[in-house]
Design a protein around this ligand. Structure first.
Ligand code: PNS
Length: 161
């Protein structure tokens, strides 16, 4: 069985992430979308909230599982016996950062963890969780960025319910 992990902050998931999830789920038999519990960042949504949001957003994709992890991705992947990480590439600005992480992970894992990049569909290339949060914080329209139930949750966090 071909399995992959799609790791990320997903704070919160956007249509750009969901596009990558759907396409990766078509390629692999099983895709685990995993939320990084990053203590260095102050997220808008807790890890549990992000997991629940992802579960709801991917409920129609039977081969997608949602999980969370702390620490190094290579250790998490090893614990699941998964050898491929998926990352989305929006633009050349993502590339340098992603290339470095992919190469580091391959080296650190003794070549056991490879990274596969999916180029984000053009209509979502401009999207980022950070810009979605900033727009929502000023009551801007995020209907083209995230599913309606996610938009509602973001507005609630900013007291715009
Ligand atoms: O959505 P993000 O914040 O761009 O995702 C980044 C992520 C989670 C893929 C990356 O930060 C990660 O894998 N962190 C876990 C720690 C780790 O393994 N670091 C080594 C790579 S240098």
């Amino acid at each position: 069985m071909k399995a992959a992990i799609y790791p990320g902050s997903f704070d919160p998931v956007t249509y750009g992430h969901l596009d990558v999830i759907k396409r990766a789920a078509d390629i692999f038999d099983e895709l685990t979308v995993s939320v990084l519990n990053n203590t260095a960042k102050t997220p808008l949504f807790s890890v549990d909230e992000r997991v629940k949001i992802l579960e709801e957003a991917t409920k129609d994709l039977p081969n997608v599982k949602v999980d969370s992890f702390s620490g190094l991705l290579i250790d998490y992947a090893k614990s699941k016996d998964i050898h491929v990480a998926i990352r989305g590439l929006r633009a050349i600005t993502d590339f340098e950062y992603e290339l470095q992480i992919a190469q580091t992970n391959r080296k650190l894992s003794n070549e056991e963890l490879d990274t596969m990049f999916l180029t984000t569909s053009l209509e979502y290339a401009y999207l980022s969780s950070s810009s979605v949060k900033e727009i929502a914080s000023f009551k801007g329209d995020i209907s083209q960025c995230v599913p309606p139930f996610v938009a509602k949750l973001i507005y609630e966090k900013y007291g715009h319910a």
